[in-house]
Design a protein around this ligand. Structure first.
Ligand code: NAP
Length: 286
């Protein structure tokens, strides 16, 4: 009998998402006797089709967990004052437990600047610079759900982080920077790469844990991955046929890596589940 090609263990996100949803359901049930129903509001100022798809998927998932979720649609013409006014009003409303500022925003507006209007206690997707600052200082804060989801996925699949070399490709405030803080807090040795990183494959090939969050289809090919590395693919890049691909060239990397998260079905479902757990936690803490 000949052995088949060695291929990376698939780090599916479905089971990790189900586990988080179980925690959320338990939390929602505990709040129910007091008449508290977690309420999440998504502030949107775009007519972008993929944003609308994402918002619908959050609303559906929230409904399954008995979390109220609605959209404050300000339209693509909204200005900074309208958006920040809506975020401030929701922050002051005791009936609202979680607030999401949906992107993309109208041209010229800064998500980080506007998210300063979100009360950090309701900032369930870690969009505010205050949340990122607190996270960096080791204080209690919501991290962006995607960054948290990467950690959840690694933990669910019992991937050791302490003392290991972690490399993140991408330095956004949504994924790369907060994830670096979360990995540092878990005693990984963290390197962040970006579009100006020289000789990217040499840096990424050093990683024992490699996270791709660049939004570039198939950026991470065979030459970018060390033998046996754990590779987490955060990228979600729409294809012309309506599908979704990650930042990792999975067929080239799978024979080299020790473990690889799929797209779709990896970080994505865990992100949604984490966001809703954050909303339920915010309601429990209110
Ligand atoms: P972003 O704001 O566009 O940031 C992308 C980062 O990647 C930037 O830091 C950029 O470097 C870097 N980069 C781009 N091209 C590169 C290259 N060729 N080599 C090295 N670095 C490169 O994107 P994001 O919001 O962080 O999202 C990243 C990806 O994650 C996207 O595909 C997005 O759709 C996906 N995502 C998935 C989820 C989920 O739930 N699964 C959630 C959020 C985002 P510079 O800073 O130098 O420009």
């Amino acid at each position: 009998m000949t052995a088949g090609p060695v291929t990376a263990r698939a780090l599916s996100g479905k089971e990790a998402a189900a586990m988080l949803n179980g925690q959320t359901s338990a939390l929602v049930s505990r709040l129910s006797p007091a008449g508290t129903v977690p309420r999440l509001v998504i502030v949107s100022a775009t007519d972008d089709a993929s944003s609308a798809w994402y918002v619908r998927s959050i609303i559906r998932a929230a409904g399954r967990l008995d979390i109220e979720c609605d959209v404050r649609d300000l339209g693509p013409g909204a200005d900074a004052a309208a958006i920040s006014g809506a975020l401030s009003a929701l922050s002051a409303d005791p009936a609202v437990h979680g607030i999401i500022l949906q992107t993309p925003l109208p041209p010229g507006l800064s998500a980080a600047e506007l998210a300063l209007a979100i009360d950090p206690a309701k900032d369930v997707d870690g969009a505010s610079p205050v949340s990122l600052g607190r996270l960096s200082a080791g204080l209690k804060a919501f991290a962006p759900a995607t960054a948290q989801a990467v950690l959840r996925l690694l933990d669910f699949h019992t991937i050791e982080l302490s003392g290991r070399r972690a490399v993140i490709v991408g330095r956004s405030t949504v994924v790369g920077k907060p994830l670096a803080q979360l990995l540092l807090a878990r005693n990984a040795t963290v390197t962040i790469c970006h579009s100006r990183t020289r000789d990217l494959p040499t840096v990424t090939a050093q990683a024992e844990v490699l996270v791709a969050a660049a939004g570039r289809p198939a950026l991470i090919g065979a030459g970018y991955v060390g033998a046996g590395a754990v590779v987490i693919d955060v990228g979600t890049n729409p294809t012309s046929d309506g599908g979704l691909v990650g930042d990792v060239d999975a067929s080239a990397v799978a024979p080299i890596a020790g473990a690889l998260s799929p797209v779709p079905g990896g970080v994505g479902p865990v992100t949604t589940a984490q966001l809703l757990l954050n909303a339920a936690s915010a309601a429990a803490a209110a």
